[in-house]
Write a protein that binds this ligand. Sequence first.
Ligand code: NAD
Ligand code: DAU
Length: 355
Amino acid sequence: MSILVTGGAGFIGSNFVLDWLGCSDEAVINLDALTYAGNRENLVSLKGDSRHLFVKGDIGDFDLVARLLNEHSPRAVVNFAAESHVDRSIHGPEDFIQTNIVGTFRLLEAVRAYWSGLEGEGKGGFRFLHVSTDEVYGSLGLGDPAFSETHRYEPNSPYSASKAASDHLVRAYHHTYGLPVLTTNCSNNYGPYHFPEKLIPLVIHNALAGKPLPIYGDGQQIRDWLYVRDHCSAIRRVLESGRLGETYNVGGWNEKPNLDVVHTLCTILDEFSPRADGKPYREQITYVKDRPGHDRRYAIDATKIERELGWKPAETFETGIRKTVRWYLDNQAWVQNVTSGAYREWLGKQYGETK
Ligand code: NAD
Ligand code: DAU
């Protein structure tokens, strides 16, 4: 038996593949286009492991996906592949439309053709799990209840609009063709292999490099933080026992204003790797121009997945964030590799940094 994972060289996808092969011998076919966000180094510990087959390619390539499905007969597809960074979607939405909407559509078409040809248990047991985001629900006010699965879709950025479109396509393939789909909408992940364009790894990286720690606007925007390994265990649970056609919200019960997150990171770094001049890392905090259309608050109500599937996160923010900072300190070579070349061009575009 095997599963096909897309986007398995990215942040969450690579954690998922490592986690999966850490607790099962079921093979993984890993299809990833290796955009700037995909990094084969994340999977280096699987070198020579016959349970892992890496294929460089696009989810929008119908023929390639069809060939992989027919050759390997996976019992499930888990779709992580996407353009995932909100700020990049504001600078250039095109890639987001192409991968997140057109790519998901072509992937669904290839999967539908494959699944239609299955019979008996193979057909009945097949699953397509689509990994999505809480951002499709839009922005909450301070006193609003957290997002439940029935919250209306109100995406505000090109990124979240493209993910919302992909969720609708997945839903429609279930409703119209009976494709056995599952969708998860989760909150902000953090942990190992997180590309340093996102808040937590960017702040750790900049702090250690003696650079400014950029806070958009007033820093009071709220996100719910989910340790990436907890997200992986949630996806395994949904794949195993989720009800067909259902969506499951996945969250960490860790709502934090951005400024608090950055203060926490600074405090942990003061402890683990104090500045040479003895001053606190907080001194590097700098307020910068806000993100256009910045969503104020996300919060996930994760009671459905707990009630139906018995899943709860294992980490609190306090435990997960210490592990994360430790991982970055212990893996500076990984950080050096991913922050060369194209990454520096991105910093110039977003923060006006010169090379
Ligand atoms: P990421 O940007 O780190 O990785 C995306 C991966 O997809 C990369 O390896 C990239 O090479 C690959 N990819 C991009 N376009 C592709 C294409 N056309 N064909 C094949 N591969 C392609 O993203 P991530 O943070 O790991 O997010 C994974 C998924 O989870 C995404 O669907 C994202 O929307 C969703 N999500 C992420 C978060 C988060 O906090 N990071 C939260 C909620 C949902
Ligand atoms: O909520 C789930 C989403 O979380 C995922 O769908 C996205 O793929 C993922 O990128 C993430 O989106 P965010 O926009 O919330 O993550 P990001 O790390 O970019 O930003 C987190 C918060 O920190 C957000 O309010 C913007 C703010 N921020 C971010 C950066 C990069 C800053 O204040 N300064 C920064 O330099």
